[in-house]
Design a protein around this ligand. Structure first.
Ligand SMILES: Nc1ncnc2c1ncn2[C@@H]1O[C@H](COP(=O)(O)OP(=O)(O)O)[C@@H](O)[C@H]1O
Ligand SMILES: [Mg+2]
Length: 411
C-alpha cells in the first residue's frame, strides 16, 4: 500500500503546482484521478499536456501501491478483485436477495421512485447498516450524507440504530452530513469530499436526492442540455470517487408520473439518461399500499427481479416483520375492521399510481415533464388524495408496465 498520497510525492510536482492544485480543491493523488486531466487543466489553468502528465503519474503511483488496477488485467485478476469488493447489508432478507448480499463498494447504486416510496428511509437505513461489523454484514465504516432536500433526520437514525441493537450516539457520530443548497454547491461538496472520505474511513457516500436541485434550477427545454451536462459531471464524479476511494455510492432520484405513457411504466427517472446510464445498479421502488416493491432494473450481473419490502421503525424491513407488527397491534385494539384493512390486498393497490392524467389532462410529454407545476403535483399530498379516488385503472397500467419500461428515458 502507498502511504504517501501527498501531491508533492509525485515526481515533478513542486510546491507551486501543489498550491495551484489545492487551491482548486485537489488535495491528494487520488483527487487527481477523480477529477481527470481535462478538468484539472480547466480549473487550474495549467496546460492540458502538463495536466495529463500529472494524472498519468498519479495513476502509476496508485497502481504501484496496489490502490488502482493496471490498465490491462486478466479476467482472473478482475474476478479476484471483485471478490474483495465490500458489500453492505440492507438489514433485510428481501433486499439483500435483490442486491445479492447488499450494496457494493466501488459502484454507484441508484434508487429511483415516486415521492414517499422509501428512498430516504433506505438511505437512512444504509447509513446505519454500513457501521455494522463485517461479521454482521457491514463495513465498519462511516457515512458522508449529502442532503439536498433537507430530509435527513437524526431522530430516524436513532430509532433505526436502536432497532438494530446499536448504540445510537456512536452511530450518529459516524455520519457526516453536508447540506447542499444549490446544484453548484452540491457539486462543490462532492469535489471537496476526497479528504473527508479518506480521513474518516467513509464507506458509504449518499446523495439524497442527486437530481432534485438540478431539476429545480434548470427548467424548460432550452436548459435541458446544460442541465444534463452538469448532472453528467456530477454523476461521473460520484462514480469515480466510489471507485477510487473504495466506497459505496448511493444516489436517490425522484420520478414523476408521466401521463403520456399508456403502455409501459408511468414513472420515469427525472434525471433522464444521464443517471441511468452511469449507475452501476438501478433499483426502482414502488408503492404498493403499505408495502413497497423493489425491482432491480439495470445491472451488469443481477437478474431483473422484484421483491416486496416494508417500512418500519427499523427503516427498510422484511414484509413478514411488518405483518408481525400489524398482528400484534390488531390483537391489542381488537378491531376486526383494522385487521381487514391492513390485510386486504385491494387496499394495497389504491396508491399504486398517482393519476396525473386526471389532474392535468394534458397528453403532451414536453409540457408535463418540463413544467414545475406537474412536479409540485406529484409531490403534494393532494396528489395522493387524487390517487386514492382513482383506484382500479391504475393497477392495470402498472402491471402492464412490468415488461415495458426499458425505453430510453427523456423528459
Ligand atoms: N418511523 C417510521 N416508521 C415507519 N414508517 C416510516 C417511518 N418514518 C417514515 N416512514 C415511512 O416512510 C415514508 C416516506 O418515505 P421516504 O423515504 O421519505 O420517501 P421518499 O422516497 O420520498 O424519500 C412515509 O410515507 C412513511 O410511510
Ligand atoms: Mg426523500
Amino acid at each position: 500500500m502507498v502511504e504517501d498520497l501527498r501531491l508533492d510525492s509525485l515526481e515533478g510536482v513542486g510546491p507551486v503546482t501543489t498550491r495551484k492544485l489545492s487551491d482548486a480543491g485537489i488535495h491528494n493523488v487520488m483527487d487527481l484521478i477523480v477529477r481527470g486531466p481535462v478538468e484539472i487543466a480547466d480549473i487550474t489553468g495549467m496546460e492540458k499536456d502538463t495536466a495529463e502528465k500529472i494524472v498519468d503519474k498519479a495513476r502509476q503511483h496508485l497502481v504501484e501501491g496496489g490502490l488502482l488496477s493496471k490498465d490491462f488485467v486478466s479476467a482472473t485478476e478482475i474476478y479476484k478483485r471483485r471478490q474483495s469488493i465490500g458489500k453492505i447489508t440492507t438489514g433485510t432478507n428481501c433486499l439483500d436477495t435483490l442486491f445479492d448480499g447488499g450494496i457494493e463498494t466501488q459502484a454507484l447504486t441508484e434508487v429511483y421512485g415516486e415521492f414517499g416510496c422509501g428512498k430516504t428511509q433506505f438511505a437512512h437505513t444504509m447509513s446505519v447498516m454500513v457501521q455494522k461489523t463485517k461479521e454482521e454484514g457491514g463495513l465498519e465504516g462511516t457515512v458522508l450524507y449529502i442532503d439536498t432536500e433537507n430530509t435527513f433526520r437524526p431522530e430516524r437514525i436513532v430509532t433505526i440504530a436502536k432497532a438494530h441493537g446499536m448504540d445510537p450516539d456512536k452511530v450518529l457520530d459516524n455520519i457526516i452530513v453536508a447540506r447542499a443548497y444549490n446544484s453548484a454547491h452540491q457539486t462543490l461538496i462532492l469535489e471537496e469530499s476526497g479528504a473527508i472520505i479518506k480521513e474518516n474511513n467513509v464507506k458509504l457516500l449518499i446523495v439524497d436526492s442527486a437530481v432534485g436541485l438540478f431539476r429545480a434550477e434548470y427548467l424548460g427545454r432550452g436548459t435541458l442540455a446544460a442541465r444534463q451536462q452538469k448532472l453528467n459531471h456530477f454523476v461521473h464524479l460520484l462514480v469515480r470517487i466510489a471507485e477510487t476511494y473504495d466506497c459505496a455510492a448511493l444516489a436517490t432520484n425522484q420520478v414523476m408520473a408521466s401521463p403520456d405513457v399508456f403502455f409501459g411504466d408511468p414513472t420515469r427517472p427525472v434525471g433522464g439518461n444521464v443517471v441511468a446510464h452511469t449507475s452501476t445498479y438501478r433499483i426502482y421502488f414502488k408503492k404498493s399500499g403499505k408495502k413497497r416493491i423493489a425491482r432491480m432494473v439495470d445491472s451488469p450481473h443481477h437478474p431483473e427481479e422484484e421483491v416486496i419490502f416494508a417500512l418500519g421503525e427499523a427503516g427498510v424491513i422484511d414484509p413478514e416483520e411488518a405483518e408481525k407488527k400489524t398482528k400484534k397491534y390488531t390483537k391489542k385494539v381488537k378491531e376486526p375492521e383494522v385487521e381487514t384493512i391492513t390485510e386486504t390486498p385491494k387496499v394495497e393497490t389504491i396508491t399504486e399510481t398517482p393519476k396525473v392524467e386526471t389532474i392535468t389532462e394534458t397528453p403532451k410529454v414536453e409540457t408535463i415533464t418540463e413544467t414545475p407545476k406537474v412536479e409540485t403535483i406529484t409531490e403534494t399530498p393532494e396528489t395522493k388524495s387524487t390517487a386514492k379516488t382513482s383506484k382500479s385503472k391504475t393497477v392495470k397500467s402498472t402491471v402492464d408496465a412490468e415488461s415495458n419500461d426499458s425505453e430510453p428515458i427523456e423528459e
